[in-house]
Design a binder for this molecule. Structure first.
Ligand SMILES: [Zn+2]
Length: 227
């Protein structure tokens, strides 16, 4: 077993010494295996692997792309590329990098199986955390604007809606955090207005327009979503 680096790209490979006559390398499910005759020294194997470095790296990259269809995630109206890597950890780790990248580190075992589901869960958790951090101040801002408040608000993944207001309780879908902050604010204000009017009646839009004159641009942006 040995490693070599390429920027921060470290490759690990397993040596499988057998009675083969030839040396050959396989890259499968993100795992690099070097099959070599029993009498090959590790130095010799290392040299041969380094010679094949570009091929191995391209194969590994192919693998990563096959494993996930999730390439980017939108937060506050901005797209972040997702970079997935694997480590000996138990639970996924996610961090927002300054260069518009989201770094997700997954437990090693996901290297060999489809990681799409676990990525989705990690991203969902991230949206939840952002919602927890951001919503309080937006709620308070809207409360001051309108002079009314819900009994409570919840952050909950309501599959079909971005936000709802039932029995004086406002529920916000964490996925709302993908939109620009002003759009999020519009949805919150919209839900607050439902405290007064259940339907999207004329009076409902009168309050909205009084507070956000150009509200129609947000409605357009949110076309196809329920709230
Ligand atoms: Zn509504």
């Amino acid at each position: 077993m040995s490693i070599f680096g390429r920027r921060n790209n470290v490759i690990t490979y397993t040596v499988n010494k057998a009675i083969n006559r030839d040396m050959y390398i396989t890259v499968q499910n993100g795992e690099v295996v070097v099959n070599a005759p029993w009498y090959f020294s590790s130095n010799k194997i290392q040299t041969l692997v380094e010679e094949k470095k570009n091929w191995i790296l391209s194969k590994l990259k192919e693998n990563e792309q096959n494993l996930t269809n999730i390439q980017s995630v939108k937060i506050f109206g901005r797209y972040y590329d997702i970079k997935v890597s694997y480590k000996n950890i138990k639970t996924p780790e996610l961090s927002l990098e300054e260069n518009s990248e989201i770094k997700i580190i997954l437990p090693m075992k996901y290297r060999k199986i489809g990681n799409e589901q676990i990525l989705k869960i990690s991203i969902q958790k991230m949206y939840e955390q952002i919602a927890i951090n951001e919503l309080e101040s937006i709620m308070e801002k809207v409360r001051i604007m309108l002079g009314i408040a819900p009994e409570e608000y919840r952050i909950e993944n309501t599959e079909k809606t971005l936000g709802k207001c039932i029995d004086k309780i406002i529920t916000i879908n964490p996925n709302l955090m993908q939109f620009r902050k002003e759009t999020i604010e519009y949805v919150i204000l919209h839900e607050f207005c439902h405290l007064k009017y259940k339907s999207h009646c004329k009076k409902f839009y009168e309050i909205i327009e009084k507070n956000i004159i150009d509200y129609k641009k947000y409605e357009k942006e949110l076309e196809g979503y329920q709230y």
